[in-house]
Design a protein. Structure first.
Length: 417
């Protein structure tokens, strides 16, 4: 009897497994995606992509999409750049994970840090590699507090610095914070590009975190005078000035880093996104004298298991080599002008740009949504901004050609007819 029951259960289990297998075979990837992959909006794009190369993404049924957002400012050197892919493959075959945060010596990390520092002013000479942009923000905030022994971090209205709780605390918009309070105390936001607000930065302030170009606000570039006044005041008050170039860096604005266009040097520079050419990596970079406050009193000022992982570091080194060797920054301004020339339509209220970081201002979020949907149907991927939902986001790989710009703009303007 017991044996029969056992056999029955066994057969039922086999049938169940077979049913699940059949269900899996018959269930589309889209259904499985909706069932098992966490979503953060109730209207995910649901674009199914199975290959990407250069400027383009490809769906399984062969539809080609021109990527005008570069995975939100990531694929500056294009998707699957052969030099980056080769570096990743070679590194993966050699070793992947050893141990990071400045303990073991390994080639891709050392060479990446050296090459990065060689592009920067002498005071930015020491690199802490992280997993992401938000982790770079967190590390830099902690570094500033440790170094200055002060409590306060100041940021700006409409700033986006990431989604972890420290980074959220200095976000310049309240809506996304409200459900997760309490956040960090001793944070304040000032008005961006308003010189009068700078006086609110005092000797209680450890650091001021500023984007050189506010991305999610809909591409608001800093005024040179504002950044210079900010630098001067921070120096006078002994406050560390942190530039978040996570979105504006790696050639996006026409120079390797946007701050180079302002004659202002930060105390700490934050990088990520385009840095890894598609793999996750970020960094906070400072003078060794500042950075060394992570190593004592107490030790281990910032710890990360994977930050600067060997494969990601190799990808970042290869990405930087591609940017420098091909001088991809050199044509960015020309391509920006191309966009400005073709983005003409009575329904476009304004176009703001800094290199290939472009916001096309329309009359409402509804118009933006309609335009995004039309563009995607016609093979062009555009998006909007977190704090400027009435603006279309354009931030293509830097490789985009003038012909591709014209094609893309024709479809964008048609979407507004
Ligand atoms: N800072 C800026 C300016 C960003 O645009 C982002 C991401 O969009 C971040 C920080 C956070 O980077 P990550 O998403 O890698 O944590």
């Amino acid at each position: 009897m017991l044996l029969q029951q056992g056999i029955f259960v066994f057969i039922c289990n086999i049938k169940k497994t077979a049913r699940q297998h059949l269900l899996f075979m018959n269930t589309s990837l889209r259904q499985l995606f909706l069932q098992h992959v966490a979503q953060t909006s109730d209207a995910p794009l649901q674009l199914e992509i199975n290959r990407a190369e250069g400027m383009y993404l490809y769906s399984p049924d062969g539809q080609r999409y021109m990527d005008l957002i570069a995975g939100i400012g990531v694929s500056n050197v294009g998707h699957c750049h052969p030099h980056v892919v080769q570096a990743v493959q070679e590194q993966a075959a050699r070793y992947m994970h050893l141990m990071v945060y400045g303990e073991y010596i390994y080639y891709p990390q050392v060479q990446l840090s050296k090459l990065l520092c060689a592009q920067l002013p002498p005071s930015l000479n020491n690199v802490y590699l992280t997993n992401s942009g938000a982790e770079a923000v967190e590390g830099a905030m902690k570094l500033a507090k440790r170094y200055t022994e002060r409590p306060e971090i100041i940021s700006f209205k409409n700033a986006y610095h990431g989604s972890t709780q420290g980074a959220l605390s200095i976000m310049g918009d309240e809506l996304l914070k409200n459900k997760v309070r309490p956040l960090l105390p001793a944070t304040r936001t000032l008005h961006y590009n308003v010189k009068e607000d700078i006086a609110a930065i005092t000797t209680q302030t450890a650091a001021v975190v500023a984007e050189v170009v506010q991305a999610e606000a809909g591409v608001i570039a800093a005024d040179a005078e504002f950044l210079q006044a900010l630098r001067k005041h921070c120096t006078e008050q002994g406050v560390l000035l942190i530039f978040d170039e996570i979105q504006s860096g790696f050639g996006r604005c026409g120079t390797l880093f946007a701050f180079e266009q302002y004659g202002v040097v930060p105390d700490i520079l934050l990088l990520a996104k385009g840095m890894g050419g598609g793999l996750p990596i970020g960094a906070f970079i400072a003078d060794k004298k500042i950075m060394s406050s992570l190593s004592h009193d107490p030790v281990l000022g910032h710890i990360t298991t994977f930050g600067g992982n060997a494969v990601c570091a190799a990808a970042a080194l290869a990405t930087l080599e591609v940017l420098l060797q091909n001088n991809l920054m050199a044509e960015v301004k020309e391509k920006e002008q191309c966009f400005l020339q073709y983005l003409q339509h009575p329904r476009i209220k304004a176009v703001r740009s800094k290199g290939l970081m472009i916001a096309v201002e329309l009359d409402s979020f509804d118009t933006v949504l309609q335009s995004v949907q039309y563009c995607i149907k016609n093979g062009i991927i555009v998006d909007w901004f977190l704090f400027a939902p009435h603006c279309l986001r354009i931030a293509p790989p830097l490789l985009i050609t003038p012909e591709e710009i014209q094609t893309a703009c024709t479809i964008i303007t048609k979407s507004l007819d």
